[in-house]
Write a protein that binds this ligand. Structure first.
Ligand SMILES: *Cc1c(COP(=O)(O)O)cnc(C)c1O
Length: 338
């Protein structure tokens, strides 16, 4: 029994999802004639109370498309210093948008309204024009941490007052919604654009959805084409997305419970240093003493348990659709025996 905890991107479509894909109605989406893509986009827009949505091949593309729409070359984007848009998208903000980043040190990946307010450049010809704030919820490098809703509202107020756009990298937003009890509609009201990954814990093979106003999505659709992301019979993939939004959201709670169980087992071991607060499906912990992070990963690999060293002293485990309770039970037993 292989236990795959390196990432929630390893999920494979369930038989029921494959069935939905197999029966998808399709057409040419560049002509806007793919009924399944149209249905997914309409459904996602409605879910967030937004006017429109755009289906993108990856979360990286939907973030980069959004940043391109919200900025002009020479502008500055405010985000947290470990944000995916900044450290994991190949320098895309510079490459695609010709914009630069003001990266702020956060609390487990989260920044505050005061930090944002303090980071906005004055109207001075020496300074880059601050035009966009990007938040990430949950925060990947923050160990799956969730934003406090009131802080997001304060950041919205700062953005409105200062005339800045507010984008959410919500790759794992549904994990945050399930954990905190906020609704997609509330998020839709506050953010100008939101990108949500369908290919993480929601279990789709590929795909992301980008929501916003009709004007925003009209511009985003053009940029998606320029980036090479205009797909033809994408409905086979979109059908997986429709299925996931219907069936794979509430079950994320199980992944969170599994992550908590794993963290509890780790806490009892002398090789475990500090563990980031486990709020959703990600466990990031320090390894010291008897093992290095790499050695611990190797030890677990011998038992067909796969996790990842994300720094010389840190290991990450991610729970998801393809990690069931008996796998978690086995992992807990193996950890206890180490
Ligand atoms: C996975 C991820 C993305 C996008 O990833 P793709 O692999 O390009 O779909 C964006 N932001 C965060 C925080 C992520 O974890």
């Amino acid at each position: 029994m292989r236990i795959e905890l390196r990432s929630d991107t390893f999920t494979k479509p369930t038989p029921a999802m494959l069935e939905a894909m197999f029966h998808a109605q399709v057409g040419d989406d560049v002509f806007r004639e793919d009924p399944s893509v149209n249905e997914l986009e309409a459904g996602a827009a409605a879910l967030f109370g937004k006017e429109a949505a755009l289906y993108c091949p990856t979360g990286t593309m939907s973030n980069q498309v959004a940043i391109k729409v919200h900025t002009q070359p020479g502008d500055e984007v405010i985000c947290e210093q470990q944000a995916h848009v900044y450290i994991y998208e190949g320098g895309g903000i510079a490459f695609n948008s010709g914009a630069q980043v003001k990266a702020l040190p956060g609390n487990y990946g989260r920044i505050t309204a005061d930090q944002v307010a303090g980071a906005i450049n004055p109207d001075d010809i020496h300074k880059a024009k601050t035009s966009l704030v990007c938040l990430e919820n949950t925060s990947n490098r923050g160990g799956g941490s969730c934003y406090n809703w009131s802080e997001i509202q304060k950041i919205r107020t700062v953005c409105t007052t200062q005339n800045l756009a507010l984008h959410l990298d919500g790759a794992r937003l549904f994990n945050a919604l399930v954990a905190t009890g906020q609704s997609a509609i509330q998020y839709g009201e506050v953010f100008d654009s939101i990108s949500v990954c369908l290919n993480k814990g929601l279990g789709c093979p590929v795909g992301s959805i980008l929501v916003g106003s009709s004007d925003f999505v009209h511009k985003a659709r053009r940029i998606r084409k320029v980036f090479g992301g205009g797909m033809r019979q994408a409905g086979f993939m979109a059908a997986a997305g429709i299925y996931a939004l219907q069936h794979h959201i509430t079950r994320l709670q199980e992944d969170h419970q599994h992550a908590t169980q794993i963290a509890e087992a780790l806490k009892k071991k002398d090789f475990t240093g500090s563990i980031m607060p486990v709020e959703t499906n990600i466990i990031i912990f320090e390894v010291h003493g008897r093992f290095t992070a790499k050695e611990l990963v190797e030890k677990l690999k011998q038992q067909n348990i796969h996790c990842m060293a994300i720094s010389p002293t840190q290991v990450r485990m991610v729970t998801h659709l393809d990690v069931n309770s008996s796998m978690v039970q086995k992992l807990v037993t193996v950890i206890s025996g180490l």
